[in-house]
Design a protein around this ligand. Structure first.
Ligand code: ADP
Length: 169
């Protein structure tokens, strides 16, 4: 039984993430998508919102489940007896960053192996941070995220606009 975990912020989930999940689910017997909650990061969506979006997106994929991790990813993998940590790579920039993280994780836990999966070409430029920025200006991101995420972004930024109006009164 080959089990792997795919951790990330997923703030929000994109078609790039879904592509990695679908391809990995064909390779591994079980894939655990870990929604990470790091108190040092500022998220647009709460952990509960990111988990419920991800659960809806993987619904129907029998060997994929979603979990929350509020601590170190390698500790979570050790507890769950998952030996493989999967990360997606869009290009050289990602690889440099991911390589460093994988070395840090190796220093923390020698038994967990990081494996990289390259993105499919059409998802190279898709990243959550850029999507949030475009959506915050009312830009159309529907080609980059699943419809439920596109709607959630619209609601989130509409609510923020109302908040701003309230505070400026
Ligand atoms: P983090 O906040 O942990 O960097 P993200 O939520 O941005 O995580 O991404 C989670 C994982 O998905 C990372 O390994 C990231 O490189 C990968 N990823 C993000 N976008 C894409 C994409 N378009 N194609 C392939 N992998 C991606």
């Amino acid at each position: 039984m080959l089990r792997a975990a795919f951790p990330g912020s997923f703030d929000p989930p994109t078609l790039g993430h879904i592509n990695i999940i679908q391809r990995a689910a064909r390779i591994f017997d079980e894939l655990v998508v870990i929604v990470a909650e790091n108190p040092n990061k500022n998220y647009l969506f709460t952990a509960a919102e990111r988990i419920s979006a991800m659960q809806a997106l993987v619904d129907g994929q029998k060997n994929v489940r979603v979990a929350l991790c509020t601590g170190l990813i390698v500790d979570f993998l050790e507890q769950q007896r998952i030996p493989l940590l999967l990360r997606g790579v869009r290009g050289e920039g990602d690889f440099a960053y991911e390589f460093e993280i994988s070395m840090m994780n190796k220093a923390l836990n020698r038994s967990i192996e990081t494996v990289f999966m390259t993105t499919d070409p059409e998802y190279t430029v898709i990243r959550s941070s850029a999507i949030k920025e475009v959506a915050s200006f009312g830009g159309d991101v529907s080609a980059m995220v699943p419809p439920l995420v596109s709607e959630a972004l619209k609601r989130k930024f509409a609510a923020r606009q109302i908040d701003k109006t309230d505070t400026s009164c």
